[in-house]
Design a protein around this ligand. Structure first.
Ligand SMILES: NC(=O)c1ccc[n+]([C@@H]2O[C@H](COP(=O)([O-])OP(=O)(O)OC[C@H]3O[C@@H](n4cnc5c(N)ncnc54)[C@H](O)[C@@H]3O)[C@@H](O)[C@H]2O)c1
Length: 346
């Protein structure tokens, strides 16, 4: 059976969009048809259009007027997400928005509300949970090998130079939690379920950045588990695991320990086994970003499959608001030195 073709337009041809462009091209045999690209910077739009053999535009309205598209993938930075999503949603086009969903809760909920009222499919490209190692960890939990998970430490700790490719990080008032904490908090939800309350301590260890570059958070999950969720761009370590997520999960029957090099040790009823949950290099991916790049491909594949089957994405707008609420709650918790109940929508 041939899969339904989904014509995809991409908006924002900057640093991370290159991974989305490759991902959509890789998914051609599965039904994705990358059909147009757009960037307000015509040099970037032209470069992407020529590299991927599709028409390019510097105005999103022009792209949508000229191209019949089933989906638009918005890979701009958060400040433009709401305005762009409102345009694509108003035209009834399925919309994917990169993380962070939006700068504020008001913007993020407005996007979800607009899509819901218009009956338009909406997803957030929150990609950590689509990485192959994360899927393997979730599968190990679902197998029942460790019983009911009741404690975890989930950590993204690196000193890798992220500033050379994303210089805008220096200026972010809300930095590490909003940028990468959002991924790790989403992983905590993905593995242990929704969260009843959160506390948080932040640090600014690099004097050159405006916002926090380090956060240590503690979560009580609805099902009773407790997790410590950490993120930093200021860890000075040999064998820096960037961009892997390290973790320890304990349950009623055993544990899962994930160490650098995506090695997973599962202990179940006293018996230990080791698994390589590593990621392969694709022709367009390169070390060490390949873990993240493969996650972007996994996310796009999931969105394509959902669009073809008419299903909501795992990381649909409503779902991602629950992760976004944790980010907001972490900032309040850090500022007010208390644990905070995350907001709910609607
Ligand atoms: N692991 C991940 O998923 C991951 C990793 C890195 C970045 N990101 C996210 O990807 C997003 C983009 O980050 P980046 O580093 O690629 O940024 P970038 O600045 O390199 O690229 C953004 C592009 O959007 C374009 N743009 C801005 N407004 C536009 C508009 N109205 N219409 C069309 N184009 C417009 C800009 O000209 C620029 O080329 C951010 O939200 C970032 O957090 C995600």
């Amino acid at each position: 059976m041939t899969s339904k073709t989904i014509r995809v337009g991409l908006v924002g041809c900057g640093f991370y969009a290159q991974n989305h462009l490759h991902a959509w091209r890789d998914l051609k045999n599965e039904g994705a048809l990358l059909s147009a690209v757009c960037d307000v910077d015509p040099t970037k739009a032209k470069a992407a259009g020529e590299a991927f053999g599709v028409p390019w535009y510097s105005d999103v309205g022009q792209m949508l007027d000229s191209q019949p598209l089933e989906a638009v993938d918005i890979v701009t930075r958060q400040d433009t997400h709401r305005a762009l999503a409102e345009i694509t949603i108003s035209r009834g086009i399925a919309t994917i928005v990169q993380k962070p969903f939006a700068p504020t809760w008001e913007d993020a909920t407005a996007i979800v509300d607009t899509a819901r009222k218009a009956g338009v499919w909406l997803a957030v490209h929150e990609n950590f949970r689509y990485q192959a190692p994360l899927r393997a960890i979730r599968k190990a939990i679902d197998s029942g090998a460790i019983g009911e998970p009741n404690w975890a430490r989930i950590a993204f700790r690196t000193g890798y130079d992220v500033y050379s490719t994303q210089p805008y990080f220096y200026e972010e008032e809300r930095f590490a939690i909003a940028d990468v904490g959002v991924h790790v908090l989403d992983v905590a939800r993905f593995l242990l379920g929704d969260v009843a309350r959160i506390s948080c301590e932040t640090q600014r260890r690099n004097p050159k950045v405006k916002g926090e570059d380090t956060a240590t958070m503690m979560l009580r999950h609805d099902r009773g588990a407790v997790s410590v969720v950490e993120c930093t761009y200021e860890a000075r370590r040999a064998d820096d695991p960037f961009p892997e997520t390290m973790m320890e999960i304990e349950g009623t029957r055993g544990s899962i320990i994930v160490s650098a090099g995506t090695r997973m040790k599962v202990t179940s009823d006293g018996m230990a086994s080791e698994h390589d949950i590593g990621v392969r290099l694709l022709p367009w991916t390169s070390y060490p970003w390949h873990v993240s790049q493969e996650g972007a491909l996994g996310a796009c594949r999931h969105f394509l499959d959902c669009l073809q089957r008419g299903m909501p994405a795992e990381t649909n707008g409503e779902d991602n608001l629950r992760t976004f609420a944790l980010v907001d709650a972490a900032y309040v918790a850090a500022a007010e030195h208390r644990s905070v109940v995350p907001r709910k929508w609607p």
